[in-house]
Design a protein around this ligand. Structure first.
Ligand code: 5AD
Ligand code: SF4
Length: 476
């Protein structure tokens, strides 16, 4: 019988992609995936360090395996990803029965490390050097880490795939651990990216989501000194047959250039959806965060976006309760949501992270209940804005890439052929409608008739209404 692999993935899309690649490599080594953790031969945790909460959950999950490992000493437990890189040996101190600790830059070593663990090697660690600001000249990671192996079963849906174009980050925002755990920023060669996009298209992917920590800072310099930026890369990807939509996340406000926005405007496959985290509405706080821009700079960027791509939707991330955040400063984040009218915002309570500048230099002095209250207040304002923006779509017809059953329908027992389906517009709005599973993967015109702040409800436009050729709901 094939060896069984259980993998638990938390954190960002980059982690999902890393897990996809690890699964693909292990399948080649005779593994198959299982959802039964205690029946697995190897258990891997792909971890996140961005906030303490994610780490606490991983340590607690490891704790529940203590007895299991005692009773099954031949089974393997591995911790990979950002927490592996950040905590290194500390993981063995807290959970000595862990067999492997593997950083995000060393994932290609996992099959070999598992083999060695099976042969009796204990507490193996493969991690990069710990990095901090000022060590920017360290040796860059090899492009081997861009393992082109893919595993279609690990994708968000069969029609959507993540595609890494950049690793690492050099921005060193004072609160953020990512530059330490994921290493220096490096762009991947554009031809490799295009090749991978073609393979994904051949496998049936309609949408690719380009990933980078600051994806719009993407730059690749070839041996002759020729430079490729994200705008040129998008032009190359636009030519890939079969790919219908291209998104890219996450953007850095300072690098939202005119040529990039013109590419978004001119290339029909590129979604007019820009996730550009503002993080805070106050210049003082942005300075403490070392974000490298002021609110006025961000406003200028928003005007550039609205001028060049008027139908673009913009979403943001915010941190509440950052070191020294006063009530007045917090109010500026509320004001910014009213001003910039983000489609949605991901709101996070500040979580002090070891090894960051904020940890070294600024006290984490906003009490937890204040952070929680500010989080709720900001979310309520964002919901009000999101609802208004969604209401503007009522009565309009949007093109929806159908992703599959809605969350609600996926939980229900079989309820006949008409199912609640779910998909997204080009500008990343979620739409649910009554349809059937054959429609998954199609781009359908849907008229919106109702909405909440998060979800629009619609109805498929029929041939009778459009006069267009029949949109047969046939998958293959
Ligand atoms: N505490 C809270 N939120 C954080 N983020 C990054 N680091 C921290 C931290 N230490 C948030 C930022 C970032 C998102 C992915 O996570 O808003 O954009
Ligand atoms: Fe972290 Fe800032 Fe880099 Fe984003 S840009 S990954 S928030 S350091």
């Amino acid at each position: 019988m094939a060896k069984q692999l259980f993998i638990d993935t938390v954190g960002c899309q980059m982690n999902m992609l890393d897990s996809e690649m690890v699964v693909a490599t292990l399948r080649k080594n005779g593994y198959e995936l299982t959802s039964d953790i205690k029946g697995a031969d190897t258990i891997l945790f792909n971890t996140c360090s961005v906030r303490a909460h994610a780490e606490d959950k991983t340590y607690s999950a490891l704790g529940t395996l203590r007895e299991w490992k005692k009773n099954n000493p031949n089974k393997i437990i591995g911790v990979m990803g950002c927490m592996a890189q950040k905590d290194q040996k500390k993981i063995f101190d807290r959970a000595p029965y862990v067999d492997l600790v593997v950083g995000p830059g060393q994932l290609q070593q996992i099959p070999e490390l598992i083999q060695q663990a099976e042969d009796g090697a204990e507490q193996q660690m493969a991690v990069g050097r710990l990095r901090s600001e000022g060590s920017l000249n360290e040796i860059k990671r090899s492009h081997e880490t861009f393992d082109p192996l893919r595993d279609p079963t690990m994708r968000p849906t069969p029609f959507q795939a993540y595609l890494r174009i950049q690793i690492g980050c050099d921005k060193f925002c004072t609160y953020c651990v990512v530059p330490n755990t994921r290493g220096p920023e490096q762009g991947r060669p554009p031809l490799q990216i295009v090749e991978e996009a073609k393979i994904l298209a051949d496998q049936g992917c309609k949408e690719i989501i380009l990933l980078g920590q600051t994806v719009n800072s993407y730059k690749y310099v070839d041996a002759d000194g020729g430079e490729t930026r994200l705008a040129e890369l998008l032009e190359m990807l636009e030519q890939v047959d079969g790919i219908k939509r291209i998104k890219f996340v996450t953007n850095y406000p300072k690098d939202m250039t005119v040529p990039l926005l013109e590419a978004v405007r001119d290339l029909p496959k590129v979604s007019p959806y820009l996730h550009v985290p503002l993080q805070h509405g106050s210049d003082e706080v942005l300075k403490r965060m070392k974000r490298g821009y002021t609110v006025a700079d961000y406003r200028e960027m928003m005007h550039r976006i609205w001028d060049i791509v008027p139908d673009a939707t913009v979403s943001s991330d915010f941190i509440v309760g950052f070191c020294g955040e006063t009530e007045e400063e917090f109010q500026t984040s509320i004001d910014s949501i009213y001003e910039f009218k983000f489609k949605n915002s991901f709101i996070f309570k500040y979580s002090e992270r070891e090894g960051t500048k904020a940890e070294a230099q600024m006290p984490d002095d906003v009490p937890y209940d204040v952070k929680q209250r500010r989080n709720n207040e900001l979310l309520a304002v964002q919901n009000e804005i999101s609802l208004k923006a969604n209401e503007a779509f009522i009565g309009r017809t949007v093109d929806v890439l159908v992703e599959g059953l809605s969350k609600k329908a996926a939980k229900q027992e079989d309820s006949g052929p008409v199912k609640q389906m779910c998909g997204r517009t080009h500008c990343d709005r979620i739409v649910v409608f009554d349809g059937n599973e054959r429609q998954a993967g199609q781009i359908l015109p849907i008229t919106v008739y109702e909405t909440t702040p998060f979800t629009m409800f619609g109805e498929v436009v029929t041939q009778h209404q459009t006069g267009e050729p029949v949109l047969l709901p046939i998958q293959s």
